[in-house]
Design a protein around this ligand. Structure first.
Ligand SMILES: C[S@@+](CC[C@H](N)C(=O)[O-])C[C@H]1O[C@@H](n2cnc3c(N)ncnc32)[C@H](O)[C@@H]1O
Ligand SMILES: [Zn+2]
Length: 604
């Protein structure tokens, strides 16, 4: 018998050491107590058998397929690194840790193989594939996704880009720099407005820079108010003469917040005048790649110069960027100087482009397309799929990207988006149907004996069920499930620290015409089953954070297909929790960490 310690057992099973301790306490994983302190040791064979029981076997597939020699599927957490500069060129939501994606691609493919990423978002899979000299096909229904990825990987003459950029900014400043002029409160000299604070739709405070007295903060004076009125007059004059162009599209209901109805209402009149002018200059640049990169710089800046930045009145600055995944214009918000913001974005883009200058973009084929129809990809032609599918209603990708897409000449295929959006009559059924069609296509295009990995985390069992059913119905066989930590926290996590799940699960599936899916036990009443598991877990651990709980329960649910109760209704985990448990603040070190500090405990 080979004995291993708690840490080694945790690594083997891809869970935390506290999970191992808990499993040993509840008898799930028998342990030996060693020495006077009684610390735990485990039989390695028993740990491995548990791995198979809970997560599916980690197969050595090297003998099964000549074409796909993989020593073993990744079986544990990979420590996530933060994003390098080339991932910070443009905002997108749900960017996965690049080094984790890279390790998956390295594990499942070799140089020259073809990777498919059917929901590419901002393109981590595409970019990591290129770095590893893999061919890659990237798709996303969102035109913004292809735009971001294309501009991230494109080979553009950076000297030419730089020359056009400076020329455009010089021209725009010549025409409109005076719209950012204010008086220094000490010497009354003309000074530059860096930021303005708006409260209830009126400009109230300004942070400016005087040539003599440097930075100052002041309440607005009559000339500042007069300048705002002048901006409105200029905008109206330009409109009358058809000399201004900005999007007036209606904001979609699902992402509406704070009463603004149209995209242009997310900007001040001053911003609309300057943005429209800069965009018109960019559209005159003759070289397509350069023009696109300039537009990319432009869209990457848009949120920073919108009304969506919560303002700090006292310091006359912004508290954060576009923080929530809605179009929210806080009552006190900040207006930033477009020329300054554009310059920051230009520098960030130059840095990212220089970092990526050695990749070969022609290994990538990118499409704006619905992934449930991959007719342009041959059957059995893809070596590996790595993706991060849409999670239901977490983030409304198309409705939010409308903010950028509306400034670009694009058509958006809203009806085929995979999402749950009650305002567009897109419920679970639509989500499940489209997800099934997509996974059928993934199965068709993947080579036999090859793998598909995807990351996923969600509280809603309807969404889990839709995705897992789609995989099984397509014919995929589950190899294992890994709990994987995330790289950086997103804005939404920052806001809702106390009830956010940490990490993701990575599912590794295989296309195998020889292996059949293990029989699915649908007789389990998932309500009772999940309730019992949760009760045992919470009792044994004196409570549990949402993350601990979901990390524990989801693999068990998935492995047992325990989604529906005796009436066939999908179980709502949150309701089970709310019925029998209280969600309370606890005094733990992790209090300020995401997912820490709050626990579910049994109701007294
Ligand atoms: C979770 S995100 C992927 C984010 C990505 N991991 C990243 O690193 O940026 C899911 C993506 O699926 C896309 N999507 C939604 N419905 C789709 C469909 N029918 N076909 C293709 N892509 C779709 C969304 O536009 C979104 O970009
Ligand atoms: Zn001064």
């Amino acid at each position: 018998m080979i004995l291993i310690n708690t840490k080694e057992a945790a690594e083997l099973l891809g869970v935390s050491t506290s999970t191992i301790r808990r499993w040993s306490d509840d008898g799930t994983l028998p342990c030996f107590r060693i020495g006077a302190s009684g610390y735990r040791k485990f039989d390695k064979n028993v740990v491995e058998s548990l791995n198979e029981q809970f997560y599916g076997a980690v197969h050595d597939v090297s003998e099964t397929k000549e074409t796909n020699k993989i020593d073993s599927v990744i079986s544990g957490n990979i420590s996530a690194k933060s994003h390098p500069s080339h991932y910070l060129m443009h905002k997108y939501w749900g960017r996965k840790p690049h080094n984790v994606v890279s390790e998956y691609i390295s594990c499942f493919t070799k140089e020259g193989d073809t990777v498919l990423e059917p929901f590419m978002g901002s393109g981590v899979t595409v970019i990591e594939s290129l770095k590893l000299n893999r061919n890659v096909i990237g798709l996303d229904i969102n035109p913004m996704s292809k735009f971001i990825v294309e501009n991230t990987i494109s080979t553009v003459d950076l000297d030419l880009f730089s020359a056009h950029y400076h020329e455009i900014i010089k021209n725009a400043k010549n025409n409109y720099a005076d719209l950012y002029t204010t008086k220094c409160p000490i010497c009354s000299s003309n000074s530059i407005i860096e930021t303005g604070i708006w409260e209830n739709d009126a400009l109230v405070r300004i942070k400016g820079v005087c040539p003599t007295h440097s930075t100052f903060i002041k309440d607005v004076d009559s000339s500042d108010i007069e300048l705002c009125s002048r901006c409105t007059q200029i905008k109206n004059h330009l409109l009358t003469n058809n000399n201004i162009d900005y999007p007036t599209d209606l904001i979609m209901q699902y992402v509406k917040r704070s009463g603004r109805n149209r995209i242009d209402e997310l900007f001040s009149d001053r911003a609309l005048i300057i943005l429209s002018y800069i965009r018109s200059l960019i559209l005159q640049v003759p070289e397509k790649g350069t023009q696109d990169l300039l537009l990319f710089c432009f869209t990457s800046m848009l949120s920073n110069v919108s009304r969506m930045l919560p303002g700090d009145k006292e310091k006359a600055t912004y508290k954060s960027g576009w923080v929530i995944s809605k179009f929210w214009t806080p009552k006190i918000h900040t207006e930033r100087n477009i020329f300054m913001c554009m310059d920051l974005r230009y520098k960030a883009i130059m840095k990212g482009k220089i970092e990526l200058s050695n990749i070969r973009p022609n290994l990538a084929k990118l499409y704006t397309h619905d992934s449930s129809n991959l007719r342009f990809i041959d059957s059995n032609s893809i070596d590996y799929i790595f993706t991060d599918p849409p999670y239901g209603e977490s983030i409304a990708y198309l409705s939010l990207s409308h903010f950028w897409n509306s400034w670009l000449p694009t058509q958006v295929d809203y009806p085929n988006e995979i999402i749950i959006d009650p305002y567009r009559q897109k419920g679970y059924d639509d989500y499940a149907r489209k997800t099934k069609a997509a996974y059928r296509e993934f199965y068709r295009v993947l080579k036999d004996g090859h793998y598909m990995s995807f990351t996923f985390h969600n509280r809603d069992l309807n969404v889990w069920k839709a995705i897992l059913d789609a995989c099984y119905e397509a014919g995929f066989v589950l190899e294992n499930i890994i709990h994987q930590e995330q790289a950086v926290s997103s804005g939404t996590q920052g806001i809702n620290k106390k009830n956010t799940l940490t990490g993701d699960f990575v599912y590794n599936f295989k296309k195998s015409s020889e292996q059949l899916n293990s029989s699915i036990n649908q007789k389990i009443d998932a309500y009772d089953y999940i309730s019992q598991k949760i009760a045992a877990y919470i009792n044994q651990n004196d409570g549990a954070t949402p993350s601990e709980l979901y990390e524990y329960i989801i693999p068990i649910i998935v492995q047992n297909h325990a989604y529906t109760d005796s009436k066939g209704e999908v179980v709502n985990i949150e309701n089970i929790l709310k019925d029998s448990y209280d969600y309370i603040e606890v005094n733990v070190d992790a209090k300020n960490k995401i997912g820490g500090g709050y626990k579910w405990i049994r109701k007294i």
